[in-house]
Design a protein around this ligand. Structure first.
Ligand SMILES: Cc1cc2nc3c(=O)[nH]c(=O)nc-3n(C[C@H](O)[C@H](O)[C@H](O)COP(=O)(O)OP(=O)(O)OC[C@H]3O[C@@H](n4cnc5c(N)ncnc54)[C@H](O)[C@@H]3O)c2cc1C
Length: 281
């Protein structure tokens, strides 16, 4: 008998096989994986994450970066920063990993229906945001104006180039990209991501924002949006903390009164604004 989804233990990894793994930039890979047996489920909400177990190395939390409407497979984008993520990035097609999840609170894609949505991404932060954009584009009539403002270090560190080009040319979303530094051959904008807000006049009564990137980028972006009148409760950020269990037990990801694994990773900015001010928390 096959276990039903509700009978599955959240602590038990299920086998998934790598279908494809491709380099986004040096040390950063995007991989598509599919359940290796009938026990694997692939339903998730945009912004949720999985615990990925690389056999012989360990387990790490990684957000989904693919289209939530695509069933039968999952996509992850991973930056190699330490032992487990290096092992993940070194996987080859056909290798098997263990997955448990999905975990965590998702981007509020239902709550922001009917509103203008500004998505602000910094660096690899575009990865956990991409599923929310896929979702909003698939349900385009549910939303008013959509904008993606994406900032990264340099032209070489732009991820999801094909997706961005497609959205820019063919999708009903306003896409702007900027880089911190570039050579003369870069035809685009240079500057930090908050500069992409200049000249925009969002209507605070009907605008929400989703932000993901390094904490300093999220902080400056949230304050820039608040200066434009958008309330902290309509701005959402996704937090990262070291975590082990992902089920609100081990306490490693505790963030003030919250557990990032279960109360987050997505928070309304008014929930965490005070915590953002505390250094090293
Ligand atoms: C909810 C969530 C979603 C995430 N999504 C992604 C994703 O989509 N793609 C991706 O590449 N990474 C993501 N991460 C970060 C990823 O989990 C860490 O990079 C990974 O755990 C590092 O493990 P390691 O063994 O490779 O490195 P380690 O040796 O454990 O760490 C290497 C360095 O990274 C720091 N570090 C480790 N984990 C974190 C963390 N969670 N936050 C901040 N610093 C950390 C360590 O302090 C150390 O300096 C996510 C983290 C969380 C909590």
């Amino acid at each position: 008998m096959q276990p039903q989804a509700e009978m599955r233990s959240p602590m038990c990894p299920y086998p998934f096989r790598v279908l494809e793994i491709a380099e986004e930039m040096p040390r950063c890979m995007t991989m598509r994986v599919a359940p290796d047996d009938a026990t694997g489920d692939t339903a998730f909400a945009p912004g949720q994450f999985y615990m990925i177990y690389v056999f012989g190395h360990g387990e790490v939390p990684i957000s989904t970066s693919g289209d939530p409407a695509k069933s039968g497979e999952l996509t992850f984008t991973v930056m190699a920063v330490g032992s487990v993520t290096q092992a993940l990035c070194a996987l080859k097609q056909g290798d098997v990993i263990g997955l448990r999840g999905p975990f965590g609170r998702a981007w509020p894609v239902d709550l922001v229906k009917g509103r203008d949505v500004i998505v602000m991404a910094g660096g690899l932060g575009l990865a956990p945001l991409r599923p929310s954009i896929y979702h909003m584009l698939s349900n385009r009539n549910d939303y008013a104006d959509l904008a993606l403002l994406y900032g990264t270090r340099q032209p070489q560190s732009i991820i999801f180039r094909q997706t961005l080009a497609h959205w820019r040319e063919d999708a009903p979303i306003d896409v702007e990209v900027t880089v911190d530094t570039a050579g003369r051959d870069w035809p685009g904008k240079v500057g930090v991501v908050t500069e992409l807000l200049m000249g925009r006049r969002p209507d605070p009564s009907k605008t929400s924002a989703l932000i993901c990137g390094p904490e300093i980028m999220m902080r400056f972006s949230a304050y820039a949006l608040m200066e434009l009148g958008i309330a902290a409760e309509n701005i959402y950020v996704s937090m990262e903390r070291n975590m082990k269990c992902a089920v609100k037990m081990c306490g490693r990801c505790q963030y003030g009164p919250f557990f990032v694994c279960a109360d987050g990773p997505v928070f309304a900015f008014n929930q965490v604004e005070q915590l953002f001010r505390i250094r090293e928390l």
